[in-house]
Design a protein around this ligand. Sequence first.
Ligand code: BT5
Length: 322
Amino acid sequence: MEELRDKILNHLYKGEYVSGRELASLFKVSRTAIWKGVNSLRELGYVIDSLPKKGYLLKAPPDLLLPYEIRRGLKARLLGRRIEHYDQVSSTNDIAKELAEKGVPEGTVVIAETQTTGKGRLGREWFSPEGGVWLSVVLRPGVSPDEVPRVALLLGVAVARTLSAFGVDSKLKWPNDVLVGGKKVCGILTEMDAELERVNFVIAGIGINVNNKVEDFPEEFRKSATSLVTEQGKEVPRAALVRLLLEELEEAYGLFTRGNFQAVLGEWRSLSGTLGRKVKIITHGKTLTGVAVDVDEEGALLLTLKDGSPARVLSGDCIHLQ
Ligand code: BT5
């Protein structure tokens, strides 16, 4: 059914009336099959006009992150070759993890309109209402576990590039936030399944506040968070945003897997809102205060502490102080 539905959509996207008879003979199926296909598209939310002698006309697609909508013109080859879309899940990272354990191919994307228990890092919650982009990608980079912190950085670069194509300037906060005007517009959660020497898979979770409005956010982070619609005062076509995000991710991920992480790192540095700032880092129960001077090849943050001594932090929470 999904295949026939996609074929029908390809035709409808030409923007002209097309008759059931024509479609049936083109796809070598019955007119009833076409009629069922059109109805199932309507159930998904496509607005399709039908006129007795002329046939069907697509009036409007639904504002949903349907695989077909994301794949329309998608240039990425690896990322998005399989897309699983849900109206609601617990957490796309958890679903992606289950699929990865079952052996789905690298590049599989799990995307949901809402999450009931979206996850932040360290057991924190991620608020995931309608209108946002909540997705996870299954990656199988074939690297050692100590190379995985780099993935969070490359995801940030891909998100910032995508936002900039949609007219929004953003900055990256080490290790995993994307900020607009100092406020969090996107959070990244990478989880891995690994043995001592080898990573089995990485789940790259990305949450972007897109058409969900800040005034609907919970009080606790209403002041520290933002969304694209709040910044721009107009809605963003989410499927087009996801399409570009997958393309940017594929490019940055390709640089990483081909051994050219330096190129990604260079871009991370220039997009960084953390470097050069006074920061407070909380890592493994310890607090460090100093100036963030650089990130190294492993994705660790290099600091100069108050007493002038250097420090290196591979993971933790970062607070921009000035
Ligand atoms: C993160 O954690 O920033 C990682 C968020 C990753 C979310 C994606 S959505 C798709 C995938 N599936 C998942 O289940 N997760 C990933 P952290 O740095 O720990 O930040 C969490 C904190 O950000 C919370 O404690 C809140 O203060 C705040 N927060 C929660 N929801 C937010 C939102 N929608 N926008 C901005 N800030 C939020």
